[in-house]
Design a protein around this ligand. Structure first.
Ligand code: ATP
Ligand code: F6P
Ligand code: MG
Length: 511
């Protein structure tokens, strides 16, 4: 058998020509690559796969080796790696009512919980053709009995970067409250993302339980957010100057890339610092986690926009409602919101190619819906159908591609199409994206933020750095940052969830 280059989720052929992603690695069923070969996206994902362990399936020890390599890759950096003599003291995390129970450093959480019996099982992710059960364990999050920082010597800083997301204030609040319970007095917020490290006009924001008590009652970030900003060297210079030795970084993949670079720079300078991330992405595109905070709230809030589009469309003669939702490269919000609403006839996401025009195109299907139902609702993720739009090559301050407005494009093309075929159509376009991400977290996200914020502080006191915290199969875990940002998590078009969405909308393939 050819030695495929496999990770837990993908394989590439020896010549880097065939890419399977979240499909059936090892089953040797050649699937159409999800991204055009030679596209930037293909190379990014292939490079991520190539960095992972090559498996020689003819080696009788391959399973053991895979599990050992996995354990190594998901090992979380600890202060004693660089400072073997770092002193550990008994934890100062003590609740008033009773002593807390601690997490043992050797506790693990299972990353994959389904034992697929065959590569043909729906959603199967197999490493070999026999779909052998492989154990993939990650580190359990929570308070440790021994800590590596004396609270009186800690200056903790919190920074929120990237776009807004429901729940940012809840996480800030719980980081501050938990730090205080450990006994930390010196806690500051860095204003407006990484920019706050270099802009002399932006003073630190002192934080305490009193300051953060009610901040979760509103959306946004108490500290402000931004994209772009200073270099990693400038950030670490600033941390040294300010005497920051615990940094909590709330942000998406870009922010986490920054956090990991800060962690490495601190190690290089032999600074005894804990850098801990909390993944913030409304798009839910961070790897390995059940979900990220704010996602459920976004899906819930999107219901209001979809329902309005439905009411408008349903009340008009030949009404068509188009709703655009966030999702730069991943269609999770659009998929889940469409599924939850039950009012969407067509859901379009970046992961699934479609044609607007032609016999199998979206517009033809819209005409069918108008003929048969009298109205229709389209829900589109912002990153979908970008190939139909002019590529301006514009980038935002962080280097992210500035996307064209697919919602406006669909609205215009729909109007043109119905005019051309001589059928009247009343097309309404709703873009609720910024309204959705500015709301406060709902109750379930509020709880998720609480647990993530607390665990971030436990991780820092336990001496871990260069880590992030997430919910995995309903348990909380610490993960090394590079593993969660290797590439963006995306909707698997072969997944049960996408198939459920298609069942709900009743839409055909648009290619
Ligand atoms: N590779 C990188 N190395 C260091 N810093 C980075 C890197 N990528 C992005 N950053 C910094 O991280 C911050 C946030 O990045 P970005 O704007 O891409 O948002 P994000 O964290 O991905 O969140 P969102 O999900 O909202 O896009 C910016 O200040 C940016 O300069
Ligand atoms: O307009 P901004 O602030 O750059 O943010 C928009 C982006 O933020 C995201 O929600 C990611 O946080 C993307 O889906 C979206 O493209
Ligand atoms: Mg990003």
């Amino acid at each position: 058998m050819d030695a495929l280059l496999c990770s837990a989720t993908m394989c590439i052929s020896p010549k880097n020509r065939v890419l399977f992603q979240s499909a059936r690695p090892g089953s040797l069923i050649l699937r159409k690559p999800r991204f055009p070969a030679n596209s930037v996206r293909f190379h990014r994902v292939a490079a991520a796969a190539a960095r992972e362990t090559a498996i020689d399936l003819s080696d009788p020890e391959w399973k053991l080796k895979f599990e050992r390599d996995f354990e190594e890759k998901f090992n979380i950096p600890h202060i004693t790696d660089a400072f073997p003599d770092a002193e550990a003291i008994p934890s100062t995390f003590c609740l008033k009512m009773r002593s807390p129970t601690y997490i043992n450093n050797k506790d693990r959480v299972l990353l994959k919980v389904i034992n697929y019996s065959s590569p043909d099982s729906a959603g199967a992710v197999c490493i070999d053709p026999g779909c052998t059960w492989i154990q993939q364990w990650v580190h359990r999050a929570g308070p440790r009995e021994k800590i590596y920082f004396r609270p009186e010597g800690v200056k903790a800083a919190i920074v929120t970067c990237g776009g807004l997301c429901p729940g940012l204030n809840d996480v800030i609040r719980h980081i501050v409250i938990t730090l205080e319970i450990y006994g930390v007095k010196n806690i500051v917020g860095i204003p407006f993302g990484y920019r706050g490290f270099s802009d002399k006009n932006l003073p630190e924001i002192p934080l305490s339980r009193k300051v953060v008590q009610n901040i979760h009652l509103s959306g946004g970030s108490l500290l402000g957010v931004s994209r772009g900003g200073p270099t990693v060297t400038e950030i670490v210079d600033s941390m040294e100057e300010r005497g920051i030795n615990m940094l909590f970084v709330l942000g998406g993949n870009g922010t986490h890339a920054g956090a990991n670079a800060i962690h490495n720079e601190c190690l290089k300078r032999r600074m005894k610092v804990a850098v801990v991330g909390v993944p913030k992405t409304i798009d839910n595109d961070i790897l390995h986690m059940d979900k990220t905070f704010g996602f459920d709230t976004a899906v819930e809030e999107a219901q209001r926009a979809i329902n309005s589009a439905y009411i408008e469309a349903h009340s008009a003669y030949h009404g068509i409602g188009v709703v655009k939702l966030m999702g730069r490269s991943s269609g999770f919000i659009a998929m889940q919101a469409s599924l939850a609403s039950g009012q969407v006839d067509i859901c379009l996401i970046p992961e699934v190619p479609f044609n607007l025009h032609g016999p199998d195109g979206v517009l033809k299907h819209l005409n069918y819906l108008i003929e048969t139902k009298g109205s229709a609702v389209v829900c589109v993720a912002e990153g979908a159908g970008q190939s139909f739009l002019e590529n301006t090559n514009a980038k935002d301050a962080s280097g992210n591609k500035v996307l064209g407005d697919i919602g406006v494009h669909i609205q215009q093309e729909t109007k043109k199409y119905f005019k051309e075929i001589g059928v009247s159509a009343d097309v309404k376009y709703i873009d609720p994206t910024y309204m959705i991400r500015a709301v406060r977290a709902n109750a379930s996200d509020g709880i998720l933020c609480t647990v993530l914020g607390q665990n971030a502080v436990h991780g820092a006191f336990a001496g871990y750095s260069g880590i992030t915290v997430g919910i995995i199969n309903n348990h909380y875990a610490y993960l090394p940052i590079p593993e969660v940002i290797a590439y963006d998590k995306s909707v698997d078009p072969n997944s049960r969830m996408w198939h459920r969405c298609l069942t709900s909308t009743g839409q055909p393939d648009f290619i």
